[in-house]
Design a protein. Structure first.
Length: 260
């Protein structure tokens, strides 16, 4: 496949949305990149907002290996929290930083194909790249797409997709460079120290040892899939760390490099 490094796919985790300063710093970084002619596609989660909204509606949160079990009655709340609240909070921060953005979801523009991932997870989706025309149009204007991880099947059924897996499909679609930004500085070892580089075998070992678990397991596996597809490292880093953002803007390696 051809790799086009001109698009930077930045995935941000939900905890960012609860940190005004983190959002402002990240959006200022993105604004500077855009001003430099760098195309930026932002993909976001919002797991903690979903947890809050479900609790406020008297509903329970159940996760299986980092993925939210999504019964049909929870789907409207989850879609509201991700495609609604989370998406618009980020769009607000982007607008404040002077970025022209397009708030969207995986359901827009024929961008991905979506199907049920595993019946045990309910309305959880698995997405594959379909048509990049809509995203490429937005990017070509110098605008920044801000994409939530709500997808739709051909019959109109909404699906809840893990946002790291959403970013994987979009990075493949645009042949972009993927950076997964979380609330931790990267993948940490059993002593809480940053691991600078990981390959597939090392990831499998750390998962087996229980050092990499839950959301981080989903994240590193998503990163590995893209690293192998692109033939280049995918970075897992932090939106919290101002120095990582500065390094990122310079194109330097930050956080943990997930090697193909
Ligand atoms: N080895 C590990 N290194 C770092 N974080 C880990 C590790 N194992 C599990 N985690 C957990 O994974 C979380 C990041 O995954 P997740 O909550 O899905 O992030 P995000 O919402 O940013 O996508 C960390 O905050 C941490 O609690
Ligand atoms: C299926 C599944 O687990 N969907 C996730 C989507 C949001 C997400 O991934 O948010 P973070 O990036 O903040 O973790 C969820 O419902 O929490």
């Amino acid at each position: 496949m051809s790799t086009n490094n001109s698009v930077l796919v930045l995935k941000v985790g939900g905890a960012l949305l609860q940190c005004e300063m983190g959002m402002a710093r990240l959006m200022d970084t993105a604004a500077a990149m855009l001003a430099n002619g760098q195309q930026v596609l932002m993909v976001h989660g919002g797991g903690c907002l979903v947890d809050e909204q479900l609790a406020a509606n008297g509903m329970e949160t159940v996760k299986l290996e980092g993925l939210r079990v999504t019964p049909p009655e929870q789907m409207p709340i989850i879609a509201g929290a991700l495609a609604g609240t989370s998406n618009k909070i980020l769009q607000g921060a982007a607008t404040k930083a002077g970025i022209v953005s397009v708030g969207m979801s995986l359901a827009d523009g024929n961008t991905v194909s979506a199907k049920i991932k595993d019946e045990r997870l309910g309305l959880v989706g698995e997405v594959t790249p379909k048509d990049g025309a809509y995203l490429k149009f937005i990017l070509a204007q110098g605008w920044m797409p801000i994409c939530s991880s709500i997808a739709m099947m051909d019959d109109g059924q909404m699906l809840n997709v893990n946002a790291d897996q959403a970013a994987t499909a979009l990075a493949k679609l645009v042949g972009g460079k993927l950076v997964l930004l979380s609330d931790v500085s990267g993948v940490l070892d059993g002593k809480g120290q940053l691991i600078h580089s990981l390959n597939g075998k090392q990831i499998a070992d750390l998962v087996k040892q229980g050092v990499i678990e839950k959301g981080m397991k989903v994240k590193v596996e998503a990163a590995l899939e893209v690293a192998q597809w692109m033939g280049q490292a995918v970075q897992v880093a932090s939106w919290r760390d101002a120095s990582q953002l500065i390094a990122l803007a310079k194109g330097e390696a930050v956080g943990t490099q997930i090697q193909p």
